[in-house]
Design a protein around this ligand. Structure first.
Ligand code: DX5
Ligand code: ZN
Length: 215
């Protein structure tokens, strides 16, 4: 069964607790951290994860769209992240490797993400250590964008890499996921779908989560 990770970037921050409660049937909570440098937008960070951790026991899937993530990995882990996803474009290879080691040393799951323009092959040097591969199906920085179909062969390529290596690694897809693209991504090999707008803008969020799961 494919897993659904609603992105709180699409939530109403004046009622974040209620919004999180409204999607508690989902599998993970996706947390889009943006620094205005790595991506042209600023979202939220450490104080928010600290408070969100107090109100939910859902796994927190923290997507770091920030330059120099290595400086903040430990803090996100200590404040309650269950999964920390770095961008392969954000740092030098030795820093990415160091970040991966740090997340695992904290007992958390680690993921690596590629932007639409970055080939999946960039992940190969790290793949054996990963619990998640995050394929961006939009340019990172904003919710509500249209799904980029060129992500589909990248999902297939990531799934083939995971199979070839014989590792247990989720293939997560992020951006523009709706009732149509959810099935396309699942057929291509996705195991987790991030969904912001399609869940939080739905009249019945629990029902939308079920539909995206393919129920
Ligand atoms: C974009 C974020 C995505 C985005 C998803 O940079 O990484 O997680 O919030 O939002 P939707 O589902 O609305 O495309
Ligand atoms: Zn994201």
């Amino acid at each position: 069964m494919i897993k659904i990770a609603p992105s709180i970037l699409a939530a109403d921050f004046t009622r974040l607790g209620e919004d999180i409660d409204s999607i508690k049937t989902a599998d993970l909570l996706h947390f889009d951290v943006m620094d205005g440098v790595f991506v042209p937008n600023i979202s939220f960070g450490l104080p928010v994860i600290k408070d969100v951790r107090r109100v939910t026991d859902m796994p927190l899937d923290v997507h770091l769209m920030i330059k120099f993530p290595g400086k903040y990995i430990g803090k996100f882990c200590d404040l309650g992240a269950d999964i920390v996803v770095l961008h392969v474009e954000a740092e030098e290879p030795w820093e990415i490797k160091k970040g991966i080691r740090e997340v695992k040393a904290k007992g958390k799951k680690v993921g690596l993400s590629v932007k639409p323009g970055t080939p999946v092959s960039e992940l190969e040097p790290y793949a054996e250590s990963l619990d998640h591969i995050l394929i961006m199906s939009v340019e990172p920085g904003f919710g509500g964008q249209g799904f980029m179909p060129e992500a589909l062969p990248k999902i297939e390529e990531a799934a083939a890499l995971v199979n070839r290596l014989g590792i247990k690694c989720d293939i997560e897809v992020d951006g523009g996921i709706n009732r149509v693209t959810a099935r396309q991504c699942e057929n291509a090999g996705a195991t987790i779908l991030v969904a912001g707008s399609s869940v939080f803008h739905a009249a019945d969020r629990a029902e939308e989560i079920m539909i995206l799961r393919g129920n």
